[in-house]
Design a protein around this ligand. Structure first.
Ligand code: APR
Ligand code: ZN
Length: 362
């Protein structure tokens, strides 16, 4: 038995997807089938589609999704049909060295599902799921540990964002950098992930919370979501940030673009002893450089960060409670509600730095 669903299918690097049929196998041992209710378009999907990040094709991208479990295979413990869930694009195995070391976000096996086909096109061609998730489709089949039960009281659109932008941005602030109340924060890049980072900084009690983007159109939403200041990303940035932070520079910078220029800009606006947390996913050939002496003289830290150093199974319920309590507004981050046909337009908005999150509703 199989299930045929509509999906946005990417056939080649840099090509626009077409909406077509994908045939999903019935969930095997340890797997579940999830009927999607919403999926967000993340910059990482754009990077997978254009070759900035490796992606075997043809592929169904989309890794930020939520839906309802529709069928379960054998050997599936707690997950039941009818349960609302958030998809986790990096399910930890719970048995490798990193998982045992309390770093499930660095799990050695979390990307295994992305490396083998998960379904077939109507002519029998094997198709891959982006980040092992395949959320740009009416349904997907994933490992049971790639779903996290959705707490009650969360709209399915917000639920989708919990699976990537929200968890990544919030985790970067709360887990990776462990921002404390009163610390100064600058966030460079105000897409879905950056806006979540910004809100998490405000929630942590950071002050000032300085939002930075290339596009002036981002100011209004950034201020609405808690930015105390908005600055354009230009040559004066470090100086302007020093002006807002007692002449020293920010305690924390978050780079949420994924490029050497913005990593360098983030580094340059931190204070002596400050920390830059890189949330953006950059290209393999994009090198970052700074003077070696700065590590001594300025004692700055540059930190990498995957999935906000979070454990989705543990942290999605915490984050969901913040959303329910109104501490984090995910609905406001969604600026475009779209259908599967509109994925190319959502990608174009990301290329142009326009809007917040685009959300597919199924
Ligand atoms: N300076 C400041 N802002 C910039 C710059 C720059 N040089 N270049 C781009 N931006 C802004 C864009 O204007 C846009 O507001 O960065 C934002 C990126 O937003 P999205 O494309 O929506 O990206 P998002 O999905 O939030 O992901 C950001 O995090 O998870 C990673 O792979 C993802 O690297 C990507 C990053
Ligand atoms: Zn993402």
């Amino acid at each position: 038995m199989t299930t045929t669903v509509k999906a946005a299918i990417f056939s080649g690097r840099g090509e626009a997807p077409r909406v077509g049929d994908v045939t999903l196998p019935d969930p095997g041992p340890g797997q579940v089938r999830v009927r999607l209710s919403a999926a967000g378009a993340c910059h990482s999907d754009l990077s997978l589609s254009n070759g900035t990040l490796p992606q075997p094709m043809p592929a169904v991208l989309g890794h930020e999704g939520a839906g309802t479990v529709e069928a379960v295979g054998s050997d599936v413990g707690d997950v039941r049909p009818g349960q609302r869930v958030v998809l986790n694009w990096a399910p930890p195995c719970r048995s490798c060295w990193f998982c045992g070391n309390g770093e499930p976000h660095l799990c050695e096996r979390s990307s295994e599902a992305a490396q083998r086909p998960y379904a077939e096109l109507s002519d029998g061609t094997p198709v891959y799921a982006g980040l092992g998730t395949g959320a740009f489709a009416e349904a997907t089949v994933v490992s049971a540990n790639a779903v996290v039960p959705l707490p009650d009281g969360i709209d399915s659109g917000a639920a989708a964002l919990l699976g990537c932008a929200a968890l990544t941005g919030w985790g970067a602030v709360a887990k990776s950098a462990a921002v404390r109340a009163g610390e100064s924060v600058a966030v460079i890049g105000l897409g879905g992930v950056g806006l979540a980072t910004l809100q998490a900084a405000r929630l942590a009690g950071a002050d000032p919370v300085i939002a930075v983007d290339l596009s002036p159109a981002k100011e209004e939403l950034a201020r609405e979501l808690g930015a105390t200041h908005f600055l354009l990303s230009d040559d004066n940035l470090a100086k302007e940030v020093r002006g807002l932070t007692g002449g020293r520079g920010a305690d924390h910078a978050f780079e949420v673009v994924g490029a050497s220029a913005t990593i360098r800009a983030a580094w340059g606006l931190t204070r002596r002893g400050g920390t830059t947390t890189v949330v953006g996913v950059g290209a393999n050939d994009d090198m970052v450089s700074f003077a070696a002496l700065e590590l001594f003289y300025l004692a700055r830290t540059l930190r990498g960060c995957v999935y906000g150093s979070s454990d989705p199974a543990r942290d999605i319920p915490v984050l969901a409670a913040h959303v329910r309590d109104g501490d984090i507004d995910l609905a406001a981050m969604v600026t475009d509600e779209i259908g599967l046909d509109d994925v190319p337009a959502a990608f174009q908005r990301m290329r142009d730095g326009k809007g917040g999150r685009s959300l597919i509703r199924f």
